[in-house]
Design a protein around this ligand. Structure first.
Ligand SMILES: Cc1cc2nc3c(=O)[nH]c(=O)nc-3n(C[C@H](O)[C@H](O)[C@H](O)COP(=O)(O)O)c2cc1C
Length: 335
């Protein structure tokens, strides 16, 4: 695979320069401190929280105690703000920056029905003026880098297409530090294939925008393929990193044209699983933590030759002891 040319290997988001043109996407319900730290350890130069409701930031005392705040060793970490009112979103962004985040991302992409019904996230894809006002107000409220997350429209109607291009036009004029676009419509949720041709067209029309693409980046190879074929400045790794932090290490190698490291052996997999579990159980009580960890079991077990049995054992563990036993049994049988 041909490496990415030197001049395209860095990704600049305002004052933040990433040394590779990809990073860990925001994933609600996944990108807690544990997943973020693993992503960073394996080579993601930036990570994000999942979406944070702007109103949380209006209770500064509550913010200080929340688990999503970045640790000292994590930086840079972005906070993703969700809201419906531009003034509240801007105030929330300023409060999150004060709490220690390095970058703000305004979310106009979330397709969850309760988010849409409250006029937030993807709902705003049909409201270009509100999107523009939220960016302008937030720009004025913070000094750190500002980016936004869009989808390619609310649905595939002509009105939505017009609104999408209207948003692009307004965004290009305001100039946030970067724009990340998921190549599906809001109505599509996560179904079907992401349409990267729309993303490439945005870059062609607005070459000065720092444009980052999202959708179906499931392998390290697809990071390089998409960067090369779309002409975008960066890509984000989302579902492809769940139970697979090695994707960052391999993508780094491919971008730089270095040999891709061999796949993780069982001992390395056991170490990462145990570390991830330990960090999750520092954040959550045992029962909740084990339930939560199930979401990662399918991803991790995909690297194991006995995938199905391993997944079942990791998912059915009822205590920390049981899951640790399952890890030893499947990954470290000689110990
Ligand atoms: C479970 C889940 C949670 C997500 N949470 C967020 C989020 O909080 N903020 C955001 O901008 N995107 C979120 N996304 C969208 C992803 O960041 C990404 O844009 C999308 O999954 C497409 O990339 P992929 O096909 O490579 O996974 C989420 C996606 C999933 C599947």
């Amino acid at each position: 695979m041909i490496p990415i040319p030197l001049e395209r290997r860095q990704l600049r988001i305002g004052t933040l320069t990433l040394d590779v043109p990809f990073y860990q996407a925001a994933l609600s319900g996944y990108t807690d401190r544990a997943m973020r730290l693993l992503a960073k350890r394996f080579g993601s130069p930036l990570t994000f929280t999942g979406v944070l409701l702007d109103k949380i930031a209006l209770h500064p005392k509550a913010v200080k105690t929340l688990q999503f705040l970045p640790d000292d060793e994590e930086h840079p970490v972005g906070a993703q703000v969700l809201g419906s009112d531009p003034a509240t979103m801007a105030a929330a962004a300023a409060a999150f920056v004060k709490s220690g985040f390095d970058l703000i991302d305004l979310n106009f992409a979330c397709p969850a029905s309760k988010v849409l019904s409250r006029g937030r996230g993807g709902y705003l894809m049909n409201h270009p003026a509100v999107v523009a006002e939220a960016i302008e107000r937030t720009r004025a409220a913070i000094k750190c880098p500002l980016m936004i997350k869009l989808r390619i429209g609310f649905d595939d109607s002509e009105r939505s297409r017009d609104d999408f291009w209207d948003i692009c036009r307004r965004v290009a004029a305001i100039g946030p530090d970067a724009v990340c676009i998921h190549g599906r419509t809001v109505a599509q949720l996560y179904r079907g294939k992401a349409d990267w041709s729309v993303l490439a067209e945005v870059k062609r029309q607005y070459p000065h925008l720092t444009l980052i693409g999202s959708g179906d980046i499931m392998t390290a190879e697809s990071v390089v393929e998409r960067l090369t074929s779309s002409g975008l400045d960066g890509v984000v790794i989302a579902r492809g990193a769940v139970g697979n932090p090695w994707i960052f290490r391999d993508a780094r190698a491919l971008v730089e044209g270095s040999p891709v490291p061999p796949p993780p052996d069982l001992a390395e997999q056991a170490g990462v699983l145990a570390d991830h579990l330990r960090m999750v159980l520092q954040l959550k009580p045992e029962h909740k933590g084990l339930m939560y960890f199930r979401k990662f079991a399918a991803g991790y077990s995909r690297h194991h030759p006995n995938r199905k049995t391993v997944q079942l054992d990791l998912m059915s563990a009822k205590s920390r002891l049981q899951i640790e036993q399952a890890i030893r049994k499947h990954y470290l049988p000689d110990e």
